[in-house]
Design a binder for this molecule. Structure first.
Ligand SMILES: [Zn+2]
Length: 302
């Protein structure tokens, strides 16, 4: 029985690791969507992988994430609907190909900024490392300030979660932030241990962000919707509850039983319905079960 449970945990973990790569090849990923205003000078382009955030500054257009490969022209076409300014900077929230994939479309003179661990993962990927325009020019460790006044951007890093290079990108004048895949699709995040991700570290990382980032009302998720600070607060509480419940229930309850107990308090994050345009990501329910299993797996390695 113990052996069988271990096998199912390993199978779930293997699916998870394969998940990021498999997701890009499945046909149901929606194409680059239409640019939508979040607030003055701040826009989001959905589809074709992760959300691309567009921040129009005096010096030019800052893009946060560039979707899957071969979407650079589609991104630029959407940007042209709101401004003629050139793209001057790209910030990548993390190293996954659905967030950095079209960096190389933009000229090598455009600064690419990432967390230092994200640069390491990009450098370790020969397809990315061989294209200088795709690679980071500037990195940070804990904090970095870019620009000033209304154009100021604050980058924060609080530890491992989805990967170990996940940046929060804050636009103080707009009271908005990009959460990358630490918060995407309003469901348990994919944990990528191959890129330093950790479900055990995740609640700490999210709580540090919640307590350490001031004056934010709008949270742009890595995929899917634009959410609120309260929505982010609820999500942080859910991830803490999930990991705590998995720790307490390991060896006594199944992952399904543990996840089911979270349903009354966290209906949004445990829904069994597929979300529109997010079918390839699974349901919130299936992702919650995966992260309970990921917690078992990480605890087993301690
Ligand atoms: Zn990702």
């Amino acid at each position: 029985m113990a052996h069988r449970r271990l096998l199912s945990v390993l199978a779930a973990a293997a699916l998870m690791v394969a998940g990021a790569a498999a997701q890009q090849q499945r046909p149901r990923i929606p194409p680059t969507g239409e640019i939508a205003e979040v607030s003055d000078n701040l826009f989001v382009i959905p589809g074709a992988g992760g959300n691309t955030t567009v921040f129009v500054t005096q010096a030019g257009v800052v893009l946060v994430d560039t979707k899957l490969p071969n979407n650079g022209e589609a991104i630029l076409n959407q940007v042209r609907r709101v401004t003629d300014k050139p793209v001057s900077m790209i910030i990548n929230t993390h190293s996954h190909p659905d967030h950095i994939g079209s960096n190389d479309y933009f000229p090598a003179t455009v600064d690419v900024v990432t967390h230092e661990n994200t640069r390491k993962w990009m450098a370790a990927n020969p397809r990315v490392a061989s294209i200088p325009a795709a690679m980071p020019d500037k990195t940070f460790t804990d904090r970095m300030t870019l620009g000033s006044g209304n154009d100021r951007i604050e980058l924060y890093y609080f530890g491992a979660g989805h990967t170990n290079g996940d940046a929060f990108v804050v636009f103080p004048a707009r009271r908005a932030l990009c959460a990358g895949d630490l918060f995407a699709w309003k469901m348990s995040p994919l944990i990528d241990p191959m890129a330093g991700g950790s479900v055990l570290a995740l609640p700490d990382t999210l709580e540090k962000a919640l307590n350490g980032i001031p004056n934010v009302d709008t949270v742009i998720e890595g995929h899917g919707d634009v959410n609120t600070w309260q929505g982010f607060r609820d999500y942080v509480a859910f991830n803490r509850a999930l990991v705590d419940a998995a720790k307490a229930g390991m060896g006594k309850q199944t992952a399904e039983e543990i996840a089911a107990a979270l349903k009354p308090a966290f209906p949004v994050f445990t829904k069994e319905q597929l979300l529109p345009d997010m079918e390839y990501g699974g349901t919130p329910w299936s992702r919650a079960i995966i992260n309970v299993n990921m917690t078992f797996q990480e605890l087993g390695k301690r």
